[in-house]
Design a protein around this ligand. Structure first.
Ligand SMILES: [Mg+2]
Length: 198
């Protein structure tokens, strides 16, 4: 008897955000900002979504993007580190039979860098969608840290399970599951898969 092998695990489409979930965007831009402007910003200093303007000398997000579009020949996104354990968790979820669907918002200048980054870091992405309207990409489960994305996902995808990756720059949203790490996310996905089992 090998019940695990015989068990039918339904595939689910997992809509995974990159920045703040898989990619350490805050650490990435701060590292370059400290280098270029002689500051001593630390990741812990970032507590709001707009800190890339609030903590810097930039007057608006446009100035930030202009600076961050060319750092040593690539956009800041090309340089980002992954959070420890994030890629491994996605590989495991892919192995469990789920589809990893990357749903990310990026400036136009970073699109090519994003595809390259996903490949270089070994994300098992079945699909990659770069869009500001994340709800247009149908998924069973979403994992996102963006305070402006979560309410839209709940509103437009009421049948989906929407998860907030808890970060200092986001707050609880009604109807959204709070996720603190990828172990917790894997557990939730496993339970959802079991409830869908036929
Ligand atoms: Mg994000």
């Amino acid at each position: 008897m090998q019940p695990e092998l015989n068990r039918y695990v339904p595939r689910m489409r997992l809509g995974i955000d990159l920045d703040g979930v898989v990619a350490n965007f805050t650490k990435g831009w701060m590292t370059f900002y400290n280098r270029d402007y002689g500051t001593d910003l630390k990741v812990e200093d970032s507590e709001t979504w707009h800190d890339l303007v609030n903590l810097t000398h930039f007057d608006d997000i446009g100035e930030f993007w202009e600076w961050s579009s060319d750092l040593d020949g690539h956009s800041v996104f090309w340089h980002l580190e992954t959070f420890p354990g994030a890629v491994e968790a996605l590989v495991d979820l892919d192995s469990d039979g789920h589809d990893i669907v990357v749903v990310t918002t990026k400036p136009h200048f970073a699109h090519d860098d994003t595809y390259e980054w996903i490949d270089r870091n070994g994300l098992p992405a079945k699909e990659v969608h770069i869009t500001a309207k994340k709800w247009t990409v149908a998924c069973d489960v979403y994992l996102d840290d963006g305070p402006y994305n979560l309410p839209g996902l709940v509103r437009h995808r009421p049948e989906a399970t929407v998860c907030r990756y808890v970060r200092p720059w986001n707050d609880p949203v009604v109807g959204v599951h709070d996720i603190h790490d990828f172990d917790e996310f894997r557990g939730l996905v496993g339970r959802l898969a079991e409830t869908r089992e036929m």
